[in-house]
Design a protein around this ligand. Structure first.
Ligand code: AMP
Length: 216
């Protein structure tokens, strides 16, 4: 079972991916997390990606695809993609990479949230610097403001969650990522799910889609 989570920045992909990868024993691949780790470690990949990310632009496809191939090299189990693919070119490359290995994307789950809600969702997002756990100051607050419930790490606002960068990320999403919906609808594996509810309610809806696929 290989799943793609698609949706606006701030639609809840990261939160859902963390829960669902555990529930369904899927290998969680978040290209955003990979780039952030590389930036924190100041590796060549991180240094190259940083300029694009801080401007709210997409990292070039060639670099993203290199990262994905490297991450999947030894992975033969089911994968949950979060934040990848983000362009039709990435989706095509993933399809051909998978089909050469006799694999396919079973379901593309689209987390449908209102565009207007994205800015406030991202502005209220806080991420643990240590373990990556995601909070929202409006809907899923930590017990102690500023520190992670799980590991006590510092909670921070991501640099690219500032209002001006958010606006650019939304523009980029519409221009480059939204066309993926048509791509996957044509492929017959596109499943829209209403986002924006409680994380538990959204997770239950996605789980129903995944279980439906397993039962087929
Ligand atoms: P995310 O955490 O998924 O919101 O990703 C943070 C940033 O990393 C994005 O705004 C992009 O600049 C970059 N990024 C992550 N995944 C991709 C991807 N698949 N293609 C291009 N850029 C990406």
């Amino acid at each position: 079972m290989n799943i793609v989570l698609l949706g606006y920045p701030g639609s809840g992909k990261g939160t859902q991916a963390k829960t669902l990868s555990v529930a369904f024993s899927l290998f969680h691949v978040s290209t955003g997390d990979i780039f952030r780790e590389a930036m924190a470690a100041k590796t060549p990949l991180g240094l190259e990606a940083a300029g694009y990310i801080s401007a709210g632009k997409l990292v070039p496809d060639a670099l993203v695809l290199e990262v994905i191939k490297e991450r999947l090299r030894n992975e033969t189990g089911g994968v949950l993609f979060d934040g990848f693919p983000r362009t039709v070119e990435q989706a095509r490359a993933l399809d051909s990479y998978f089909s050469s290995a006799g694999r396919r994307i079973d379901a593309v789950v689209f987390l449908d949230v209102e565009e207007e809600s994205v800015v406030s969702r991202l502005g209220a997002r806080r991420t643990c610097r240590k373990c990556g756990k995601i909070y929202n100051l409006l809907t899923s607050r930590p017990a102690n403001e500023g520190s992670c419930d799980s590991c006590g790490g510092e909670l921070v606002l991501r640099d690219d969650d500032s209002p001006s960068v958010i606006r650019n990320r939304i523009k980029v999403y519409k221009a480059q990522t939204e066309p993926l919906a048509e791509y996957y609808k044509a492929a017959g594996n596109f499943y829209p799910v209403k986002g924006g509810g409680s994380p538990e309610a959204v997770a239950a809806e996605i789980a129903a889609v995944i279980k439906g696929k397993v039962g087929r």
